[in-house]
Design a protein around this ligand. Structure first.
Ligand SMILES: C[S@@+](CC[C@H](N)C(=O)[O-])C[C@H]1O[C@@H](n2cnc3c(N)ncnc32)[C@H](O)[C@@H]1O
Length: 367
């Protein structure tokens, strides 16, 4: 299929997508489209200068993350990180996808002399500049890398990073499985189009009804790479998602891909490309298996509320102002971030221990 010969689109990101479509014969798998929409240098959502994270739409932001909501998030996570530093005998924190630098600030303040170095790995050059401004006071203690070194030791953290990794879309239509991709229609509008595929969800979907879902090869490859490089240490990955049985439940038939803009969500990633976030929920069973197969051991898995409470969040609330309490409560309320968000912990190079964050309410058995 050719893309409207002669059509020169005004938006440079549209031109990049058209060039990719042209090279791919007119059809781009959704994960390839999502990667371009989020990470095309200078233009993709995470590579451009839009505000993205913040508490209110008036700041020009699109969504709020836990460390933006309350410093008590990072202060509580620091308890689990410190416990992991002690058990692994390491002195470095590695943060993936550090956003505005809010979590880094909270961890650096809480961990103080307990760490020698804080390394940030982020794909986004514009976010790196923002982080450098926010973290300037820490001098050489903080460093930035654009890719992982061959070998690492320390404690890894990543908040809402896995959900920002491109996913493949699979659609069962009239009993047949298709991979859903993106085409540019003759009217110049991006549309979904399906191609037959051998790919399948990791579990059989009960029933014969039409069904849309995602698979997460990139997130799983990311965890496998982490396993390969982390010689000694632990990792805490925090995100919204479910175990496999819930993710691929027959009733979840419309998938989990969502966009965020101006603190509203919508389900159409094909419009306003580059101006809004595109995400998918995390399949935590897939993440756990990818880690285990690559040599990590699971330290624990539980919901965010339980993890933060295990790390002393409630005691911290007692000393907080009313406004701070209201914000922090959103981290643990079931109908906000408390239940949908989960924490998975991994360990490398030492035996798993009774990690403080998973001490009560560990749900590893549900994975
Ligand atoms: C939703 S934002 C979360 C930002 C921040 N952690 C927070 O909680 O506010 C996702 C971040 O993950 C980053 N990211 C996505 N894939 C990544 C990867 N493979 N390595 C490092 N960072 C990545 C993006 O550039 C972006 O900064």
């Amino acid at each position: 299929m050719s893309i409207e010969p002669g059509a020169e689109r005004a938006n440079p990101l549209d031109r990049i997508i058209d060039a990719a479509l042209q090279r791919a014969g007119g059809w781009l798998p959704f994960d390839r489209f999502m990667a371009l929409a989020l990470y095309s240098p200078g233009l993709g959502y995470y590579a451009n200068t839009l505000a993205k994270f913040g508490q209110m739409p008036s700041s020009g932001s699109d969504f709020v993350t836990a460390p933006e909501l309350s410093p008590l998030f990072g202060q509580s996570l620091a308890v689990a990180v410190e416990d992991a530093l002690a058990h692994t005998g390491t002195r470095e924190v590695w943060e993936f996808g550090a956003g505005s630098g809010a979590l880094a600030t909270q961890l650096l303040e809480s961990l103080g002399e307990r760490i020698d170095r804080y390394t940030i790995v982020d794909l986004s050059g514009t976010l790196r500049e923002r982080q450098q401004q926010a973290l300037g006071a820490w001098g050489d203690k903080v460093r930035w890398l654009s890719e992982l070194p061959e070998a690492m030791q320390g404690v890894v953290v990543g908040n809402e990073v896995l959900d920002a990794m491109p996913v493949k879309l699979l659609a069962r239509v009239a009993g047949q499985w298709f991979e859903r991709g993106v085409v540019r229609g003759p009217d110049g509008v991006l549309r979904y189009a399906d191609q037959p595929t051998e790919l399948r969800p990791p579990v059989e979907i009960q029933g014969v009804h039409d069904y849309l879902t995602e698979i997460h090869p990139q997130a799983q490859a990311f965890v496998a790479t982490l396993a390969d490089r982390l010689e000694r240490g632990a990792a805490f990955l925090i995100d919204y998602g479910f175990p496999e049985a819930e993710y691929y439940h027959p009733q979840r038939h419309m998938g989990t891909v969502m966009c965020h803009q101006g603190h509203r969500s919508d389900g159409n990633p094909l419009v306003q490309v580059g101006a809004k976030d595109i995400t998918a929920h995390v399949d935590f069973t897939g993440v756990a298996l990818a880690g285990q197969e690559a040599g990590l051991a699971v330290l624990g898995y539980c919901n965010q509320a339980r993890f933060l409470i295990n790390c002393g969040l409630v005691a911290r609330l007692e000393h907080a102002s009313v406004q701070q309490r209201a914000m922090a409560a959103r981290l643990i309320h079931e109908h906000e971030m408390g239940e949908l968000f989960k924490v998975i912990g991994f360990v490398a190079g030492v035996q798993p221990w009774d990690s403080v964050g998973f001490r009560e309410g560990d749900r590893t058995h549900t994975l």
